[in-house]
Ligand binder design. Structure first.
Ligand code: S3P
Length: 170
């Protein structure tokens, strides 16, 4: 029997991608990345979708994909950082999955995203200001998760062990 899926949410650079890869290994579940799936389905990179069709269009693709997989069991879902902007996404993910927020500080996020230029929302003159602003807007949405894992100063292995632990105690 397959177990309830796990959905990881959190800001860009909070470590969802590496954590989901490790959890796939640890829990023998199948990893799905919303960003990768959208890129695969559209045949375009996220940055090009944002640029050519706009953010709203991307958010609709994201919502459609979340809806299509939320009920599937046995998945580790690596959610794009903005998935929480649509309350319907939070609702459906919470209904069917363990929703886990990987929380990281502005500084930690900046360190992780600063050399990576494939994120459209981070290609701005003041990335730290942008992180602060978006995080302030999104924090309460992320905090609707079932579990909140503080990732600052922790290795990916430590974060994943904590996830496994909280899920066992649940
Ligand atoms: C976004 C996060 C990105 C990607 C897109 C928008 C956001 O995913 O979906 O660039 O709005 O926070 P990651 O969180 O995996 O970087």
């Amino acid at each position: 029997m397959k177990s309830k899926s796990i959905a990881l949410i959190g800001f860009m650079g909070s470590g969802k991608s590496v954590a989901s890869k490790k959890l796939e290994e640890l829990m023998s579940m199948e990893r799905v990345s919303t960003d990768d799936k959208i890129e695969e389905q559209q045949g375009h990179k996220i940055i090009d979708i944002f640029f050519e069709k706009g953010e709203d269009y991307f958010r609709r693709l994201e919502h459609d994909f979340i809806k299509s997989i939320a009920e599937t069991e046995g998945l580790i879902i690596d959610c794009g950082g903005g998935v929480v902007l649509d309350p319907e996404n939070i609702k459906v993910l919470k209904q069917y999955c363990h929703l886990i927020y990987l929380k990281a500080s502005v500084q930690q996020i900046f360190e992780r995203v600063k050399d990576d230029h494939h994120r459209p929302l981070m290609n701005v003159p003041d990335p730290v200001g942008q992180i602060k602003e978006l995080l302030a807007l999104r924090e309460e949405m992320y905090e609707q998760a079932e579990f909140i894992i503080d990732t600052d100063g922790k290795s990916n292995d430590e974060v994943c062990q904590e996830i496994v632990r909280v899920l066992k105690n649940e």
